[in-house]
Structures are given as structure tokens and as C-alpha cells.
Design a protein around this ligand. Structure first.
Ligand code: AMP
Ligand code: MG
Length: 331
């Protein structure tokens, strides 16, 4: 089965084509266009206009790169949510148009679950992991328990990526700021005390963000602030992930989301996994960031487990939570 997936939850629009090869995901193509605002944060309508501008070409390019014909695509899937309304609607509209014109079934999928399933689908031996999902807007620790992917811990305010991007914007870095903060952090030497907020299994970042901005105003070195932000936030993320692993008695940990590209975060989680005799997995960068291939792969899993959706019911859901999905395909 070949599935084309359209991802459009936030600042990027992606189209991926995947094939189901004996239950594993073969990525045939995975193309992304990223909206980068000239100033400030992401304006949902402007991001959606960007997606509308590029989606038609992206569809053609992705199918051509996959070396398939549109007629060979068996299924169309799209990101149903969670995300920004105008962006979700643009991706869903493109998926509906394609489904109707090719006369192929359509399926809307949960974006956060897709981040987990692409790890299981593409990495050998990654079967039942705890996912630390760290992206711009989302920060969640997710694992399968009793028929659903449950959220064991999450941010109570902003996502870790947003925290880094907001700080970066304050100090004049270009969006997305995470990679530049990683570079600056690697030169940091002095640890500056920052709030370490874990509440139960949840995390908060906004107090830390304010404290980091105050250090900047007091002329502390940018390298030291970036270093301290990474050490503090990543330690908190690792702690919550470890607790979820202990609670669920799982011995695999998987990273997902754009912040998973960060070497220091990978190292911390890997060390924790090693200490627990657990296995550590991180997909390639193009499968960690928001991408169409993961949406396509979750479409395949859902369709093969008997789930069906009619075009007239292919709604988006901005607040589509991870634990709202009935996971009938997990063994
Ligand atoms: P996503 O929302 O999953 O597409 O991921 C985008 C987020 O990942 C943005 O907030 C980026 O700043 C962040 N990001 C990307 N690369 C890195 C990195 N190397 N270190 C930290 N954050 C990163
Ligand atoms: Mg994401």
C-alpha cells in the first residue's frame, strides 16, 4: 500500500509518500516547505497562506521524487490536529481535493501519535517506546497503555521549542533559534541558576524564560545563558521521561520533534537510558521535525486496522489530544 500524507499543523507544510513493506515504513519521499516570519512569531493566517501557495507544487514534487504516479497512491492522509486552525484547514482541504479527484480514501490523523509511530515504523527494534516529543508548540511524554497513547507528562505553558525561540527572538536571533542556541550553548562555561519547574509529572518553562531574559538584561554572557537554559530544561525533560519509563516499566525511549535534533538533549536522554539498561532511539532529522511521511505512515496503520473516514466527516480538530485516539493497530 502506498499512502500520501499531508502535514500542516503549524509553520511547515509537508508532503510525504510512504509504502508499507511487510509492516515496516519505507519512505519514498518527504518534502517540506517552512514558513519563516520576517518578524515576530507565527501568524496562523499568514502561515496558512504560505501553505496554500506551495501545496500544489509540493504534491507534484513529492510524488515525482517518490517515483510513483498519482494513480498508484492508494490512500490520502492529513494532519487532523492538534495545531493552528487556518494551517490545519489548508492541509485538510488539499487532502480532500486529492481524495476526491483520485477517488481514493481519506484519513485524518493525530499529529503527536504520528511522531511516535514513525519511530516504530522506521527503526528496527523500536516496538513499545516512551516518546519524549519536543517540538515548537508541543512538549509531551507519551507511551502506550491500555489501548491508547497516554500523556504521562507535558508542558503546562509553552513548548520547549517556543521557549528557546522566544528567548532567541529577545536577543536578536533568527527563527528558528534552537540550532543557534545549541551552538552558543556549546561555548558556555558558567552555569547560571534558573527555575527548574517540575509539577508532578508536568513541566513549565515560562518562569525559566523570564529568568533567562533577565540574565540577558544584566549583561550575563549569551553563551552562558544558552548553556544554562539547555542544561536546566533538558534535565527536567529527561527526569520526567525517566519517571514515565519507571512507571510504565518500558525499556525503550524514543525522541521526536524538532528539538530532538539537539545533540545535548540526545546525550542526556541516552545517558539516562543507558543507566536503566534501556534502548535509545532517535529517527533521522527529517523524520523528527514535522513531516508528511509520518502522517502518511499513521494513515496506513489506521486504514489497515479497519478505520475509515468519509470526506464529509474529515474535520480538523485544533485541540485533538493524543489520548483521544483509539489505538486499534498496536499489538
Ligand atoms: P517542530 O515544531 O517539531 O517542527 O520543531 C521546531 C522547533 O525545533 C523550533 O522551536 C526550533 O527552534 C527547534 N529546534 C530545531 N533544531 C534545534 C536544535 N538543534 N536545538 C534546539 N532546538 C531546535
Ligand atoms: Mg510536531
Amino acid at each position: 500500500m502506498i499512502c500520501l500524507g499531508i502535514e500542516g499543523t503549524a509553520h511547515s507544510i509537508g508532503v510525504g509518500v510512504v509504502e508499507n513493506v511487510s509492516g515496516k515504513c519505507k519512505v519514498l519521499s518527504n518534502m517540506i516547505k517552512i514558513y519563516r516570519p520576517k518578524k515576530g512569531g507565527i501568524h496562523p493566517r499568514e502561515a496558512a497562506n504560505h501553505h496554500a501557495l506551495y501545496i500544489a507544487d509540493l504534491l507534484k514534487e513529492s510524488v515525482s521524487k517518490a517515483q510513483v504516479d498519482f494513480s498508484e497512491v492508494d490512500l490520502i492522509s492529513f494532519s487532523k490536529g492538534p495545531g493552528l486552525g487556518p494551517c490545519l484547514r489548508t492541509a485538510a482541504t488539499a487532502a480532500r481535493a486529492l481524495s476526491l479527484s483520485l477517488n481514493r480514501p481519506i484519513i485524518g490523523v493525530n499529529h503527536c501519535v504520528a511522531h511516535l509511530e514513525i519511530g516504530r515504523g522506521t527503526l528496527d527494534d523500536c516496538k513499545d517506546p516512551v516518546l519524549l516529543y519536543t517540538s515548537g508548540a508541543n512538549t509531551q511524554v507519551i507511551a502506550f497503555a491500555e489501548g491508547r497513547y497516554r500523556v504521562f507528562g507535558e508542558t503546562l505553558d509553552i513548548g520547549i521549542g517556543n521557549c528557546l525561540d522566544k528567548f532567541g527572538r529577545t536577543v536578536g536571533l533568527d527563527f528558528p533559534c534552537g540550532p543557534q542556541i545549541e551552538k552558543l550553548a556549546s561555548k558556555g562555561k558558567k552555569y547560571l541558576e534558573l527555575p527548574y519547574s517540575i509539577k508532578g509529572m508536568d513541566i513549565a518553562f515560562s518562569g525559566l524564560l523570564t529568568a533567562a531574559e533577565q540574565y540577558y538584561k544584566k549583561n550575563e554572557s549569551l553563551e552562558d545563558i544558552c548553556y544554562s537554559m539547555q542544561e536546566t530544561t533538558f534535565a527536567a525533560l529527561t527526569e520526567v521521561t525517566e519517571r514515565a519509563m519507571a512507571h510504565t516499566e518500558k525499556d525503550e525511549v524514543l525522541l521526536g520533534g524538532g528539538v530532538a535534533s539537539n545533540r545535548r538533549l540526545c546525550d542526556m536522554v541516552q545517558t539516562m537510558a543507558h543507566d536503566r539498561d534501556a534502548r535509545f532511539f532517535v529517527p533521522s532529522k527529517d523524520l523528527c521535525i514535522d513531516n508528511g511521511a509520518m502522517i502518511a505512515w499513521l494513515g496506513v496503520l489506521m486504514y489497515n486496522s479497519g478505520i475509515r473516514m468519509k470526506v464529509e466527516n474529515s474535520f480538523i480538530d485544533q485541540r485533538f489530544r493524543t489520548d483521544m485516539v483509539d489505538v486499534s493497530w498496536h499489538d
